[in-house]
Unconditional design. Sequence first.
Length: 259
Amino acid sequence: MTIPRALVRRPSPRLPEGLVTHIDRSPVDLDLAVRQWEGYAAALQDAGWTTVEVEPAEDCPDSVFVEDTVVVYGSVAVLANPGAPERRPEVAGTAEVLEEHGYTLVEIEAPGTLDGGDVLKHGGTVWVGVGGRTDVEGASQLRAHLEPLGADVRTVPQTRVLHLKSAVTALPDGTVVGHEPLVQDPSVWGERFLAVPEESGAHVVLLGGDRVLMAADAPRSARRFRERGLEVVEVDISEFEKLEGCVTCLSVRLRSLPG
């Protein structure tokens, strides 16, 4: 049986300098952020995931948000071309690790831009948020890479928050959850959309089975998920939320490894 792995990356000492786009800047406590990152990694490990650390990128303040550097689909890893030029040096470290693990590497090439946080996958459907750090050309290149693998790639307008997965994620049964004021067009998901009462309640990481990981500051959303029969693991990521981060962008889950 394949052991699931998750890519993670330790916070840069320059984390407090990270980019903010849709919120006001708040001071980030680096020591607390490191402890929270360690707690996040431990939660993944406790759920049966082996964490694989990408080499730290100390000169890249946002490098802890490793999800933005790649989109993994089956045995293919699509290397991102981040919409913020400052973040593009982060991609090389992710590429090195995934190549070591046997993934086939392809790239989003300029002038197209794509951040991994703008890509929501569930089943064979891939939604791509366009309008922020991911543009139409980047989404088109992603479609060209993934459709031959059987993916149904759909674009979604996204400008209210940093990334598509800042607005919506999916529960294990495919229900798409979002905090409605931040969701550009809930009708995209039709009856499968479920509104949650807190912003961070819209961010879940699927850990396998009926277990999900989410931030600890959304107790009402967590209660709703438990009422739906889910096992909820809560972690404190307050320092990363100050940089528009959420639980999804702190890891890349490798559910099925090549070979």
